[in-house]
Design a protein around this ligand. Structure first.
Ligand code: COA
Length: 234
């Protein structure tokens, strides 16, 4: 870890929107957000002033949802808080290909494309792994596991700040849990990310102790606590 890594990992949304996800961004000044249906995440400068918040308000429109992800800066008081969720950021610390215990389930992994979006949205609605929209799969590679034709587990790549790729939307249908599917998917994605020269990281809610235990078993270590915040623009 270098000080550059710290800067990048503390601003994963801004550094993705300004870099490898620039083609999926809308911008005004130093404010940016993702295209509709890709993600709701928005960013301002890491040390925003009043003009940056005004730009973001104009970009999103009045009374709009401003999903600030882990941005620690407080918007002006006229921005109404919508949610506040404690979580942690974890980084892959294996240093090589993640193929340790729990990394194989024996299932076949399939790459999920645009034609699978209804199945992905259905699985997300049943499992609630975190925010996911109809075009989120455009952010990176999404892998899934089908049983008798039904999508029962998936995981994919979301934020992509320089040198890092976030693993997200990790979920398994309730009836298919405990078979190692999530472990297999996360390990395969991590191997894919490492092979590309990036390092994997992820975010998880502090209350999601079973997911945290799974990620720790797969070689992820906690880097820092984060607070996810959302607001409504004036
Ligand atoms: C968290 C979640 C993705 C785990 O999915 P899963 O496919 O059941 O995960 P795995 O099977 O790989 O591992 C889970 C457990 O099964 C165990 N397991 C793995 N392979 C197994 C096997 N072949 N037989 C029995 N148990 C097995 C693991 O050791 C692990 O044990 P634990 O209970 O101590 O954690 C799933 O519970 C889920 O979808 N939760 C809701 C969405 C969510 O919170 N996602 C994470 C967002 S950050």
């Amino acid at each position: 870890m270098t000080s550059d890594d710290d800067l990048v990992l503390d601003d994963p949304v801004g550094r993705s929107l300004g870099g490898r996800h620039a083609h999926l961004a809308r911008r005004l000044g130093r404010a940016a957000t993702y295209l509709t249906d890709v993600a709701t995440f928005a960013s301002v400068s890491t040390q925003p002033d009043a003009a940056d918040w005004a730009d973001l308000a104009e970009l999103l429109g009045p009374g709009a949802f401003a999903d600030m992800f882990n941005c620690p800066a407080a918007p002006p008081p006229s921005w109404e808080p919508v949610f506040n969720l404690e979580g942690r950021q974890m980084i892959w610390s294996g240093g090589g290909h993640p193929d340790g215990p729990g990394a194989q389930s024996g299932a076949d992994l399939v790459e999920l494309g645009p034609d699978i979006v209804p199945d992905m949205l259905d699985l997300v609605a049943r499992t609630e792994p975190g925010p996911f929209w109809p075009r989120t799969h455009e952010l990176g590679t999404y892998l899934g596991i089908r049983v008798d034709g039904t999508l029962v587990a998936m995981a994919g790549e979301r934020l992509r700040p320089p040198g890092w790729t976030e693993i997200s939307a990790v979920c398994t249908a309730p009836e298919a849990r405990g078979r190692g599917y999530a472990g297999h998917l996360v390990s395969a994605l991590a191997a894919h990310i490492v092979a590309r020269g990036d390092r994997p990281f992820l975010h998880v809610a502090e209350t999601n102790t079973s997911a945290i235990a799974l990620y720790e078993r797969l070689g992820f270590k906690s880097r820092r606590q984060v607070t996810f915040r959302g607001f409504r623009t004036p």
